[in-house]
Ligand binder design. Structure first.
Ligand code: A3P
Length: 346
């Protein structure tokens, strides 16, 4: 079957599928592979792929793109606060960030048998309020993205080749990347706490999936390269998690210029404070109503929730020397002469 994006999509079968299903208990409806690119997604992607590709961007949209675990939630809170709450007086800020900054393709992750969201769940209540009269079967998150009040800020982890081809001609796009060693450690934790992934293998197994480019939302490098090649487009802002961490105010100023928000120094300081790791962690409502639908709460209670470390260099000590050497080789090979450099922390 061909997609509107030009990719061929096939179900993962045989040994390949059996291997994934052994380690990833959350992908209960199987997986699909796309060519070119070898993109891997839960099979639910098939139902939505063309809708994402044909999504109509608006000139007032700001679209936040990342590979998973590269600091999307942080970026969401920063950009939404810059655009909507620089004086920290907007009552909308009380809602969780994912209710203010929609997640375009979340339907592909939630439409699994692990999830049984009833009409009384806060998520469905939010959907009904934001999209009155709409049918959840047509995509809860897709429609929440469409119905978001203007100016819309929304996020996606999809690679550019699966998003609307006119995206960067129309909307403003921010892409943030994080060094792969920290991103992998963060993704390992994420994949264990979230039931829609439910990863049950070891850290070594997890890293190997990455090295084999055999990973949902992957390949990591192709995702990154598609964005890097767009970096000189005036509607495209490329940034690094590590820079946002070490030169926070400087990066906020660059974002302010790119977004055209024209914030004062005091407003920028409001944004920096409100979106710091400690403030966001303190506001985290992970264990609120309905959390057990999404989280393996025993792992959250033992190893921590979504806001884990929020630092650069946390990967140190997590990889065996052999695994670290493999990562270094993989990174060197894939970086080639791209002209892109990561910071790994001191
Ligand atoms: P760690 O698991 O290393 O702590 P995403 O939002 O793309 O899923 O990325 C999540 C990662 O960003 C997590 O990394 C999380 O702790 C980190 N993060 C979230 N908010 C942050 C903040 N305000 N400052 C720094 N890191 C943050």
């Amino acid at each position: 079957m061909s997609l509107a994006s030009g990719h061929e999509i096939v179900n993962l079968e045989g040994e390949e599928l059996a291997k994934q299903e052994k380690d990833w208990k959350g992908y209960t409806e199987g997986l699909v592979r796309l060519t070119p690119g070898r993109w891997l997604f839960p099979a639910t992607f098939r139902d939505y792929a063309d809708k994402y590709y044909k999504f109509k961007p608006r000139t007032s949209d700001v679209v936040l793109l990342t590979y998973p675990k590269c600091g999307t939630t942080w970026l969401q809170e920063i950009v939404w606060t810059m655009r909507n709450n620089p004086n920290l007086d907007n009552p909308m800020a009380a809602a969780p960030v994912n209710a203010r900054v929609a997640f375009l393709e979340m339907d592909i992750l939630l439409k699994t048998k692990n999830f049984n969201i009833g009409p009384d769940h806060p998520l469905m209540q939010g959907f009904k309020k934001m999209c009155p009269g709409k049918d959840p079967k047509d995509g809860v998150f897709l429609q929440m993205t469409q119905c978001s009040p203007e100016p819309r800020t929304f996020k996606s982890h999809l690679p550019l080749s699966l998003l609307p081809p006119d995206l960067t001609d129309t909307a403003k796009v921010v892409y943030m990347v994080r060094n792969p060693k920290d991103a992998v450690v963060s993704f390992f934790h994420h994949s264990r706490i979230f039931k829609n992934h439910d990863f049950s293998g070891t850290f070594e197994d997890f890293v190997q999936y990455f090295l084999d480019d055999d990973f949902v939302y992957g390949p990591y490098w192709l995702h990154l390269k598609e964005a890097w090649h767009r970096k000189d487009n005036p509607n495209f802002h490329f940034m690094f998690y590590e820079d946002l961490k070490s030169n926070n105010m400087e990066e906020l100023k660059k974002l302010d210029t790119f977004l055209g928000t024209k914030l004062s120094q005091e407003q920028l300081e409001n944004v920096a404070h409100y979106t710091s790791f400690s403030e966001m962690k303190a506001r985290d409502a992970v264990l609120g109503t309905g959390a057990d639908i999404f989280f393996n709460l025993d792992i959250v209670n033992k190893d921590g929730g979504f806001f884990r470390q929020g630092m650069v260099g946390d990967w140190k000590g997590k990889y065996t020397p052999e695994l670290d050497a493999k990562m270094d080789k993989w990174i060197k090979t894939n970086l080639g002469d791209l002209g892109l450099e990561f910071k790994y922390g001191v």
